[in-house]
Design a protein around this ligand. Structure first.
Ligand SMILES: NC(=O)c1ccc[n+]([C@@H]2O[C@H](COP(=O)([O-])OP(=O)(O)OC[C@H]3O[C@@H](n4cnc5c(N)ncnc54)[C@H](O)[C@@H]3O)[C@@H](O)[C@H]2O)c1
Length: 295
Protein backbone atom coordinates (compact mmCIF):
# COMPACT_ATOMS: atom_id res chain seq x y z
CA UNK A 1 0.00 0.00 0.00
CA UNK A 2 1.33 3.42 -0.91
CA UNK A 3 0.16 6.99 -0.41
CA UNK A 4 -1.05 8.59 -3.63
CA UNK A 5 -2.41 12.00 -4.63
CA UNK A 6 -4.83 12.64 -7.47
CA UNK A 7 -5.04 16.28 -8.57
CA UNK A 8 -8.43 16.88 -10.16
CA UNK A 9 -9.67 13.74 -8.40
CA UNK A 10 -13.23 15.10 -8.24
CA UNK A 11 -13.37 15.11 -12.03
CA UNK A 12 -14.36 12.48 -14.55
CA UNK A 13 -11.04 10.67 -15.10
CA UNK A 14 -9.49 11.58 -11.72
CA UNK A 15 -12.40 10.07 -9.80
CA UNK A 16 -12.11 6.79 -11.71
CA UNK A 17 -8.34 6.70 -11.02
CA UNK A 18 -9.00 7.43 -7.33
CA UNK A 19 -11.56 4.65 -7.05
CA UNK A 20 -9.21 2.11 -8.62
CA UNK A 21 -6.38 3.10 -6.25
CA UNK A 22 -8.72 2.80 -3.25
CA UNK A 23 -9.99 -0.56 -4.51
CA UNK A 24 -6.37 -1.77 -4.72
CA UNK A 25 -5.80 -0.78 -1.08
CA UNK A 26 -3.79 2.41 -1.58
CA UNK A 27 -4.23 5.60 0.39
CA UNK A 28 -5.69 8.35 -1.80
CA UNK A 29 -5.62 12.11 -1.34
CA UNK A 30 -7.44 14.39 -3.74
CA UNK A 31 -6.85 18.06 -4.39
CA UNK A 32 -9.59 19.71 -6.43
CA UNK A 33 -11.11 23.18 -6.63
CA UNK A 34 -14.45 21.69 -7.78
CA UNK A 35 -14.57 24.10 -10.73
CA UNK A 36 -15.85 21.36 -13.07
CA UNK A 37 -15.61 18.18 -11.00
CA UNK A 38 -18.16 17.12 -8.40
CA UNK A 39 -17.19 13.58 -7.36
CA UNK A 40 -16.13 12.66 -3.84
CA UNK A 41 -14.71 9.14 -4.05
CA UNK A 42 -15.52 7.29 -0.81
CA UNK A 43 -12.44 6.72 1.33
CA UNK A 44 -10.35 9.45 -0.27
CA UNK A 45 -8.99 12.35 1.77
CA UNK A 46 -10.39 15.33 -0.09
CA UNK A 47 -8.69 18.71 0.07
CA UNK A 48 -10.66 21.51 -1.54
CA UNK A 49 -8.34 24.00 -3.18
CA UNK A 50 -6.41 24.93 -6.26
CA UNK A 51 -3.12 23.61 -7.59
CA UNK A 52 -2.29 27.31 -7.95
CA UNK A 53 -2.28 27.64 -4.15
CA UNK A 54 1.08 26.44 -2.84
CA UNK A 55 0.01 26.18 0.81
CA UNK A 56 -2.86 23.87 -0.05
CA UNK A 57 -0.57 21.86 -2.31
CA UNK A 58 1.99 21.54 0.46
CA UNK A 59 -0.65 19.99 2.78
CA UNK A 60 -1.91 17.65 0.05
CA UNK A 61 1.60 16.38 -0.75
CA UNK A 62 2.47 15.20 2.77
CA UNK A 63 4.18 11.74 2.52
CA UNK A 64 2.88 11.16 -1.00
CA UNK A 65 4.78 8.69 -3.21
CA UNK A 66 2.92 8.87 -6.51
CA UNK A 67 0.95 11.79 -7.99
CA UNK A 68 -1.63 11.43 -10.75
CA UNK A 69 -1.87 14.98 -12.10
CA UNK A 70 -5.30 15.36 -13.74
CA UNK A 71 -6.37 18.88 -12.67
CA UNK A 72 -6.64 21.26 -15.62
CA UNK A 73 -8.74 23.77 -17.48
CA UNK A 74 -10.04 21.14 -19.90
CA UNK A 75 -12.30 23.00 -22.33
CA UNK A 76 -10.92 23.81 -25.81
CA UNK A 77 -13.54 26.54 -26.55
CA UNK A 78 -12.83 28.10 -23.12
CA UNK A 79 -9.09 28.06 -23.93
CA UNK A 80 -9.78 29.98 -27.16
CA UNK A 81 -11.81 32.56 -25.21
CA UNK A 82 -9.38 32.82 -22.30
CA UNK A 83 -5.90 31.52 -23.22
CA UNK A 84 -4.15 33.23 -20.26
CA UNK A 85 -6.30 31.49 -17.67
CA UNK A 86 -5.82 28.13 -19.41
CA UNK A 87 -2.06 28.63 -19.42
CA UNK A 88 -2.07 29.63 -15.76
CA UNK A 89 -3.92 26.53 -14.57
CA UNK A 90 -2.34 24.05 -16.98
CA UNK A 91 1.27 25.27 -17.12
CA UNK A 92 1.85 27.18 -13.88
CA UNK A 93 -0.31 24.58 -12.08
CA UNK A 94 1.85 21.75 -13.44
CA UNK A 95 5.02 23.60 -12.44
CA UNK A 96 3.64 23.97 -8.91
CA UNK A 97 2.89 20.24 -8.80
CA UNK A 98 6.41 19.37 -10.00
CA UNK A 99 8.13 21.80 -7.61
CA UNK A 100 6.14 20.41 -4.70
CA UNK A 101 6.92 16.85 -5.83
CA UNK A 102 10.64 17.66 -5.64
CA UNK A 103 10.29 19.39 -2.29
CA UNK A 104 8.37 16.50 -0.76
CA UNK A 105 10.48 13.70 -2.28
CA UNK A 106 7.67 12.26 -4.37
CA UNK A 107 8.79 9.21 -6.38
CA UNK A 108 6.72 9.63 -9.52
CA UNK A 109 4.33 12.07 -11.24
CA UNK A 110 2.00 10.85 -14.01
CA UNK A 111 0.60 13.67 -16.14
CA UNK A 112 -2.69 13.76 -18.08
CA UNK A 113 -1.47 15.10 -21.39
CA UNK A 114 -3.56 15.17 -24.53
CA UNK A 115 -3.84 14.34 -28.22
CA UNK A 116 -4.37 18.11 -28.59
CA UNK A 117 -0.60 18.60 -28.76
CA UNK A 118 -0.44 16.95 -32.22
CA UNK A 119 -0.88 18.59 -35.62
CA UNK A 120 -4.20 18.11 -37.42
CA UNK A 121 -3.10 15.32 -39.79
CA UNK A 122 -5.06 12.61 -41.54
CA UNK A 123 -2.72 9.74 -40.60
CA UNK A 124 -2.43 8.10 -37.14
CA UNK A 125 0.24 9.82 -35.05
CA UNK A 126 3.19 8.34 -33.19
CA UNK A 127 4.78 9.86 -30.09
CA UNK A 128 7.76 11.15 -32.13
CA UNK A 129 5.48 13.16 -34.47
CA UNK A 130 6.44 16.82 -34.30
CA UNK A 131 3.96 18.53 -32.00
CA UNK A 132 1.79 21.36 -33.36
CA UNK A 133 -1.13 22.20 -31.06
CA UNK A 134 -4.12 23.75 -32.83
CA UNK A 135 -5.52 25.69 -29.86
CA UNK A 136 -4.38 27.25 -26.56
CA UNK A 137 -5.49 24.15 -24.62
CA UNK A 138 -3.14 21.99 -26.73
CA UNK A 139 -0.37 24.57 -26.36
CA UNK A 140 -0.71 24.49 -22.58
CA UNK A 141 -0.53 20.69 -22.53
CA UNK A 142 2.59 20.78 -24.69
CA UNK A 143 4.27 23.30 -22.36
CA UNK A 144 3.30 21.21 -19.35
CA UNK A 145 4.78 18.10 -21.01
CA UNK A 146 8.05 19.97 -21.59
CA UNK A 147 8.14 20.74 -17.86
CA UNK A 148 7.43 17.11 -17.01
CA UNK A 149 10.39 16.00 -19.15
CA UNK A 150 12.65 18.72 -17.77
CA UNK A 151 11.98 17.57 -14.18
CA UNK A 152 12.46 13.88 -14.96
CA UNK A 153 15.49 12.57 -13.11
CA UNK A 154 15.80 15.69 -10.89
CA UNK A 155 16.49 14.41 -7.43
CA UNK A 156 15.40 10.93 -8.54
CA UNK A 157 11.92 12.12 -9.60
CA UNK A 158 10.26 9.94 -12.25
CA UNK A 159 7.75 11.51 -14.65
CA UNK A 160 5.49 10.05 -17.34
CA UNK A 161 3.13 11.86 -19.72
CA UNK A 162 0.05 9.99 -20.93
CA UNK A 163 -1.42 11.57 -24.05
CA UNK A 164 -5.09 10.70 -23.69
CA UNK A 165 -7.14 10.77 -26.87
CA UNK A 166 -10.98 11.10 -26.57
CA UNK A 167 -11.87 9.56 -23.23
CA UNK A 168 -15.48 8.59 -22.50
CA UNK A 169 -17.38 6.66 -19.85
CA UNK A 170 -19.72 6.99 -16.88
CA UNK A 171 -19.93 10.31 -15.01
CA UNK A 172 -18.49 12.39 -17.84
CA UNK A 173 -20.01 15.89 -17.84
CA UNK A 174 -18.75 17.19 -21.16
CA UNK A 175 -17.28 15.68 -24.30
CA UNK A 176 -18.93 14.48 -27.45
CA UNK A 177 -19.83 10.93 -26.34
CA UNK A 178 -21.41 12.08 -23.10
CA UNK A 179 -23.44 14.80 -24.83
CA UNK A 180 -24.59 12.44 -27.61
CA UNK A 181 -25.49 9.69 -25.11
CA UNK A 182 -27.46 12.00 -22.83
CA UNK A 183 -29.34 13.45 -25.80
CA UNK A 184 -30.02 9.97 -27.15
CA UNK A 185 -32.06 9.37 -24.01
CA UNK A 186 -34.09 12.56 -24.42
CA UNK A 187 -35.88 14.38 -27.21
CA UNK A 188 -33.07 16.86 -27.79
CA UNK A 189 -31.43 17.49 -31.15
CA UNK A 190 -27.72 16.68 -31.37
CA UNK A 191 -25.57 19.50 -32.71
CA UNK A 192 -22.75 18.46 -35.01
CA UNK A 193 -20.12 21.11 -35.68
CA UNK A 194 -18.91 20.58 -39.27
CA UNK A 195 -19.90 17.70 -41.56
CA UNK A 196 -19.60 14.91 -38.99
CA UNK A 197 -16.77 13.24 -40.88
CA UNK A 198 -14.15 14.44 -38.42
CA UNK A 199 -12.50 11.50 -36.65
CA UNK A 200 -11.64 10.86 -33.03
CA UNK A 201 -9.91 7.94 -31.27
CA UNK A 202 -12.39 7.10 -28.50
CA UNK A 203 -11.03 5.29 -25.44
CA UNK A 204 -13.06 4.04 -22.48
CA UNK A 205 -12.14 5.50 -19.10
CA UNK A 206 -11.47 2.03 -17.60
CA UNK A 207 -8.65 1.63 -20.14
CA UNK A 208 -7.26 5.07 -19.24
CA UNK A 209 -7.25 4.07 -15.57
CA UNK A 210 -5.37 0.87 -16.44
CA UNK A 211 -2.81 2.88 -18.43
CA UNK A 212 -2.25 5.10 -15.38
CA UNK A 213 -1.66 2.07 -13.16
CA UNK A 214 0.81 0.58 -15.64
CA UNK A 215 2.69 3.89 -15.88
CA UNK A 216 2.71 4.42 -12.11
CA UNK A 217 3.99 1.00 -11.19
CA UNK A 218 6.60 0.64 -13.95
CA UNK A 219 10.18 1.86 -13.98
CA UNK A 220 9.55 4.10 -17.01
CA UNK A 221 10.45 7.77 -16.69
CA UNK A 222 10.89 10.79 -18.97
CA UNK A 223 8.60 9.36 -21.64
CA UNK A 224 5.30 10.24 -23.31
CA UNK A 225 2.77 7.66 -24.46
CA UNK A 226 -0.32 7.75 -26.66
CA UNK A 227 -3.25 6.38 -24.70
CA UNK A 228 -5.82 5.44 -27.30
CA UNK A 229 -7.24 2.48 -29.20
CA UNK A 230 -5.56 3.08 -32.56
CA UNK A 231 -8.94 3.32 -34.32
CA UNK A 232 -10.29 6.61 -35.71
CA UNK A 233 -14.10 6.89 -35.67
CA UNK A 234 -16.00 9.57 -37.59
CA UNK A 235 -18.65 11.40 -35.55
CA UNK A 236 -21.34 10.11 -37.89
CA UNK A 237 -20.14 6.55 -37.17
CA UNK A 238 -20.28 7.34 -33.45
CA UNK A 239 -23.91 8.39 -33.98
CA UNK A 240 -24.62 5.05 -35.75
CA UNK A 241 -22.93 3.13 -32.92
CA UNK A 242 -25.04 5.00 -30.34
CA UNK A 243 -28.21 4.30 -32.32
CA UNK A 244 -27.29 0.62 -32.51
CA UNK A 245 -26.52 0.24 -28.82
CA UNK A 246 -29.42 2.40 -27.58
CA UNK A 247 -32.07 1.35 -30.09
CA UNK A 248 -32.96 5.07 -30.53
CA UNK A 249 -32.75 7.28 -33.57
CA UNK A 250 -30.80 10.47 -32.97
CA UNK A 251 -31.93 13.80 -34.44
CA UNK A 252 -28.99 15.73 -35.87
CA UNK A 253 -28.46 19.40 -36.63
CA UNK A 254 -25.37 20.48 -38.58
CA UNK A 255 -23.63 23.70 -37.52
CA UNK A 256 -20.47 25.55 -38.59
CA UNK A 257 -17.16 24.10 -37.40
CA UNK A 258 -16.00 25.50 -34.05
CA UNK A 259 -12.81 27.52 -33.74
CA UNK A 260 -9.99 25.39 -32.35
CA UNK A 261 -11.60 22.05 -33.24
CA UNK A 262 -9.36 19.64 -35.13
CA UNK A 263 -10.50 17.46 -38.02
CA UNK A 264 -8.53 14.25 -37.54
CA UNK A 265 -7.34 12.46 -34.44
CA UNK A 266 -6.08 8.90 -34.27
CA UNK A 267 -3.06 7.32 -32.55
CA UNK A 268 -0.46 4.69 -33.16
CA UNK A 269 -0.43 2.82 -29.88
CA UNK A 270 2.53 0.43 -30.16
CA UNK A 271 4.83 2.33 -27.76
CA UNK A 272 2.48 1.96 -24.78
CA UNK A 273 2.04 -1.70 -25.63
CA UNK A 274 5.77 -2.38 -25.92
CA UNK A 275 7.04 -0.27 -22.99
CA UNK A 276 4.14 -0.26 -20.52
CA UNK A 277 2.41 -3.49 -21.57
CA UNK A 278 -0.78 -1.47 -22.03
CA UNK A 279 -3.34 -2.11 -24.74
CA UNK A 280 -6.90 -0.74 -24.76
CA UNK A 281 -9.35 -3.59 -24.18
CA UNK A 282 -12.81 -2.01 -24.48
CA UNK A 283 -14.25 -1.62 -27.99
CA UNK A 284 -16.50 1.34 -28.82
CA UNK A 285 -19.86 -0.46 -28.87
CA UNK A 286 -19.03 -2.34 -25.71
CA UNK A 287 -17.89 0.87 -24.05
CA UNK A 288 -21.04 2.71 -25.11
CA UNK A 289 -23.20 -0.09 -23.70
CA UNK A 290 -21.30 0.06 -20.38
CA UNK A 291 -21.66 3.84 -20.28
CA UNK A 292 -25.35 3.76 -21.19
CA UNK A 293 -26.14 1.29 -18.44
CA UNK A 294 -24.77 3.76 -15.87
CA UNK A 295 -26.45 7.00 -17.02
N1 LIG B 1 -11.64 13.71 -21.18
C1 LIG B 1 -10.82 13.63 -22.20
O1 LIG B 1 -11.20 13.16 -23.28
C2 LIG B 1 -9.38 14.07 -22.07
C3 LIG B 1 -8.55 13.96 -23.19
C4 LIG B 1 -7.22 14.37 -23.07
C5 LIG B 1 -6.72 14.84 -21.88
N2 LIG B 1 -7.58 14.97 -20.81
C6 LIG B 1 -7.02 15.49 -19.56
O2 LIG B 1 -7.38 14.62 -18.50
C7 LIG B 1 -7.52 15.36 -17.29
C8 LIG B 1 -8.87 15.07 -16.64
O3 LIG B 1 -9.91 15.51 -17.53
P1 LIG B 1 -11.45 15.17 -17.30
O4 LIG B 1 -12.02 14.82 -18.61
O5 LIG B 1 -11.58 14.22 -16.17
O6 LIG B 1 -12.01 16.62 -16.92
P2 LIG B 1 -12.77 17.12 -15.60
O7 LIG B 1 -13.15 18.54 -15.86
O8 LIG B 1 -13.85 16.17 -15.23
O9 LIG B 1 -11.63 17.03 -14.51
C9 LIG B 1 -10.72 18.07 -14.22
C10 LIG B 1 -10.73 18.27 -12.72
O10 LIG B 1 -9.76 19.27 -12.37
C11 LIG B 1 -10.35 20.16 -11.41
N3 LIG B 1 -9.63 21.43 -11.51
C12 LIG B 1 -9.65 22.35 -12.49
N4 LIG B 1 -8.85 23.38 -12.21
C13 LIG B 1 -8.28 23.10 -11.00
C14 LIG B 1 -7.35 23.77 -10.17
N5 LIG B 1 -6.83 24.96 -10.50
N6 LIG B 1 -7.00 23.19 -8.99
C15 LIG B 1 -7.52 21.99 -8.61
N7 LIG B 1 -8.42 21.32 -9.36
C16 LIG B 1 -8.78 21.85 -10.54
C17 LIG B 1 -11.80 20.25 -11.81
O11 LIG B 1 -12.66 20.69 -10.78
C18 LIG B 1 -12.07 18.78 -12.19
O12 LIG B 1 -12.48 18.03 -11.07
C19 LIG B 1 -7.32 16.83 -17.67
O13 LIG B 1 -5.98 17.19 -17.41
C20 LIG B 1 -7.58 16.84 -19.15
O14 LIG B 1 -6.92 17.91 -19.81
C21 LIG B 1 -8.89 14.59 -20.88
Amino acid sequence: MIKTLVTGGAGFIGSHISEKLLEDGHEVGIIDDFSTGEQKPKGANIITGSILDKDTLSKAFQDVEIVFHQAAQVSVPESVKNPEFTKKVNVEGTKNVLDMALRKNVKKVIFASSAAIYPDVKYPVKENEETDPQNPYGESKKEAEDLMHAYSGENGLETVCLRYFNVYGPRQQSGVVSIFLKNALGPKIIKIYGDGKQTRDFIHVSDVVRANMKAAFSKTSGESFNIATGKGTALLDLVSAIEKTSGKTLKLEFNDEREGDIRYSCAIVSKAEEVLGFKAAVGLEDGLRKTFSMI
